[in-house]
Ligand binder design. Sequence first.
Ligand code: PLP
Length: 401
Amino acid sequence: MPGMEFFGAAERKEINDVLETGILFRYNHEAQRNDIYKAREFEAEVAKLVGAKYAHAVSSGSTAVLCALAAAGIGAGDEVIVPPFTYIATVEAVLMAGALPVFADIDDTLCLSAEGIRKVVTANTKAICLVHMCGQMADMDAIMDVVNEHKLVLVEDAGQAMGASYKGTSTGLWGKTGAYSFDFFKIATAGEGGIMVTNDETAYKHADSYSDHGHDHIGTNRGMEKHPIMGFNYRISELHAAVGLVQTRRVPEIIQKNNEHKTRLMTALGQVPGVSFARIPDADGDSATFMNLLMPDTETAGRVVIALNEAGVGGFNYWFTNMYHFINQWNHVKEMRTAAALPIEKFGAPQDYSNLDIPNAQDVIGRLISFGIRAGWTADEVDALAAKIEAAVRKVSPVEA
Ligand SMILES: *Cc1c(COP(=O)(O)O)cnc(C)c1O
């Protein structure tokens, strides 16, 4: 997961370019900025990395998801299918767009499944906000079948999966629009930041305007610009963009290292009784920021989590801890509680959020323990971790041969 591992001289140099001019705003100020446009460079770098025609940088991954939804035409009262296992930002972004979340079941990919989508899709469904979880990717052939069958708009929250792909196409580029996060914990960080990507020129223009109060960004005089649409301020600063730019360049190497470590861990642990792994639909496209271990049942997973804690080994568990990624921890979402009015009050809830039929999510997330992979690990460190995980598993589940 580890952009933060590699903050160094290159990041400092790019930040310093901005500090030299003092122009922290991404637009205008041509006379003073000495041709330094870090946000633009950042966007070009991400577009190149993932193979997108257009990329637009914003203030966070959360606002990138919102811009991706808005630019895909998702708005007031639209029903949008979301997973019950994601970072909360996905659900919040749908609500911020004025749209209504509809939860569908996931599968052992940790992502929405075509089967789960089919169970909840109705004539009112406008879009899917698909989330690629834990550095891996959804089963895209099956997902695209259901998207095409029901003529749905696909928006991808690839907040955790920038650089991942399925059969050669990057996560984020399967649908109309996609989003990546550059917060401090992601594969590349800008401190805070996000990027919206698309191959659709109109969607790009809308995202560009939407994230800056509707400015069209034509010409060099901000005071003379037109405002074709309304939006809000989701702009990224030049300082954040400078960091994101360097970090994006590091991603191919990070992904390669991550994959080496993940393969080594999975090979070591694959022989341990009771251990299996979340399904990776295309292992060649894994960003490998996490190794996602599945235990045979929730109860065993709980005991392994305790044993791992005792051994001082970090592992993310979304069931027994208050990690903010699973609907069982989201009572405020089930009750749609927030500080202000929600689209639910006007349009009505499309589902009973406190009584969802998501058996696979309840099974898989109960059995999941994810381990963040650090690109900077040595092979010895990977082996030591594998040994500790194996010891924790064997301690609690002495399984028959
Ligand atoms: C991190 C994350 C976000 C939000 O990104 P921020 O940059 O923290 O706002 C959105 N969706 C997913 C799936 C994420 O993991």
